[in-house]
Design a protein around this ligand. Structure first.
Ligand code: DX5
Ligand code: ZN
Length: 246
């Protein structure tokens, strides 16, 4: 597997002190910051938008390498992912991870003759994100089959290949939910076919669930409540990293 990447989710940070929370989290050993953007439509919750990302960017140095320390991993739980690409790039997002379910054209989904369009939409969005100068991630909810990703991952167009796949291990919308081990076969299948792919897991991860996720093949680990709710966040970050590296 590719290197371990620990990406604490700032959803569980103190929003009134976000700049310090972000810079401290990197100092405590995090690789990336996972930034949850929710629009109250794709998910039943609202967080914040690009202006907040702009403000926290000034507290965290930009990564100097691809996938490097300080990467802003923006998890876009929004209904119109294409609409916000440029704005988040300007705000300082490094990796724009959209949801497959939001990218597919719902009108195309309703008419069987346009299945090909269904498959090309996520690819076009990945291309657009790359053209805007960011890394691209594609996320799937628990109810979405991993099979929707094979065509996308097999693209022979370099610009249309995602840099990361996010397998949700909770229903997106809230921190602090119970880990769904039922999602791990998706991770294992992805890892089997793509030994070098960055595979992110998000939801319910912490010292008690990390071993199964690492065993399945995840290398990018999101943890919100487990890190920000801990007495010693640095210790939790180190534990998560050790579990992935061992
Ligand atoms: C949930 C978000 C997660 C969330 C994880 O919709 O995508 O990133 O912050 O929180 P924990 O780690 O507490 O489950
Ligand atoms: Zn997330």
């Amino acid at each position: 597997s590719p290197p371990a990447i620990i990406a604490p989710s700032i959803l569980s940070a103190d929003f009134a002190d976000l700049g310090a929370e972000c810079s401290n989290t990197i100092k405590r050993g995090a690789t990336w910051l996972h930034i949850d953007i929710m629009d109250g439509h794709f998910v039943p919750n609202i967080t914040f938008g690009a202006p907040v990302v702009t403000k926290i960017r000034s507290h965290v140095e930009r990564p100097t390498t691809k996938h490097g320390k300080g990467t802003f991993d923006c998890h876009m739980m929004i209904s119109e992912p294409k609409k916000w690409v440029k704005e988040f790039q300007k705000a300082g997002c490094d990796l724009y991870c959209f949801h497959y379910e939001a990218a597919i054209d719902s009108t195309a989904a309703e008419s069987p003759e346009s299945t090909s369009e269904l498959k090309t939409n996520p690819r076009e969005l990945i291309r657009y994100i790359h053209e805007c100068g960011m890394l691209a991630g594609i996320a799937i909810k628990p109810e979405t089959s991993v099979d929707v990703l094979w065509d996308i991952l097999a693209s022979n167009q370099e610009k249309e290949v995602p840099d990361m796949v996010l397998v949700m291990t909770v229903h997106p919308g809230f921190g602090g939910q119970k880990f769904m081990a039922s999602e791990l076969p998706k991770v294992a299948e992805l890892r089997k076919r793509y030994p070098e792919l960055n595979i992110e897991v998000d939801g319910g991860l912490g010292p008690g669930t990390i071993d199964q996720a690492a065993e399945a093949g995840a290398n990018v680990i999101v943890a919100g409540s487990a890190v920000f709710g801990a007495k010693d966040p640095a210790e939790v970050i180190a534990k998560l990293r050790d579990a992935v590296e061992s």
